[in-house]
Design a binder for this molecule. Sequence first.
Ligand SMILES: N=C(N)NCCCC(=O)O
Ligand SMILES: [Zn+2]
Ligand SMILES: [Zn+2]
Length: 322
Amino acid sequence: MSSNETPRGPVDSSRVPRYAGPATFARLPRLDEVGTADVAVVGVPFDSGVSYRPGARFGGNAIREASRLLRPYNPAQDASPFALAQVADGGDIAVNPFDIHEAVDTIEAAADDLLGTGARLMTLGGDHTIALPLLRSVAKKHGPVALLHFDAHLDTWDTYFGAEYTHGTPFRRAVEEGILDTEALSHVGTRGPLYGKQDLTDDEKMGFGIVTSADVYRRGADEVADQLRQRIGDRPLYISIDIDCLDPAHAPGTGTPEAGGMSSRELLEILRGLASCNLVSADVVEVAPAYDHAEITSVAASHTAYELTTIMARRIAAARTA
Ligand SMILES: N=C(N)NCCCC(=O)O
Ligand SMILES: [Zn+2]
Ligand SMILES: [Zn+2]
């Protein structure tokens, strides 16, 4: 969007009922309706990398459906994200469900195209495998990026059944490829049984810090966000949110649920505490609607993507007026 254009916002829900018409994220225009966007919301319907329950291929559309109720002003960040920047729904990246290597390449190429237009990406998964090609693309543009990874799991394991591209391995691959800034890597919400203590030793060697789910409970969202913000500074930041960072009570619709997770309130508050960060792109993954009830998980995911989008829109607007 050039500086003298007004962004095209969502369909007005006081004129067209919010349950009418096909779903785009937050009822925003499609990317092909606006040409280019500052933030492109894209779906990646891919779940061939999962180790347990499948179904995250339907996550993006479930999040879009649940996002119909979002409103244009975000009081928690005192910002109207869709007025500050052009946010548009770029539809889905069509990926091969039968060939993971091809799928990973397709996602990277599609992300290259979108980032090449100047857009930041708000990606809706899909399983966590997709974070690797997204990070590859973001690193081509920005160099190695800081990573905040919200997840019950480390996702720094080596292989499953000999496969290197799975939803449990994207961040080990990313570290091996040198596309992450190892000075600023954190997992948040970590919990649950591991294969062995070595998982933690390996993870630490890769440079990750861990804020467990229990740490968030004990120290509170504000203190955690302050600590993370200090570590990240103004580095280009990628945030990857596996919805299973939330307790199964807050996100039952996911493939590898673990008890004892964060509440959606804690997650949203931590994100709001990161509002000043230079968020260059983000994903929300692992929403598997077949295990969901009353859209609990997809509503949480839609609000999560809304906070992330607001952070990006504020940054874009601030850069425009600087
Ligand atoms: N990324 C997600 N959601 N889960 C990884 C779990 C890997 C495992 O089955 O051990
Ligand atoms: Zn996970
Ligand atoms: Zn994950």
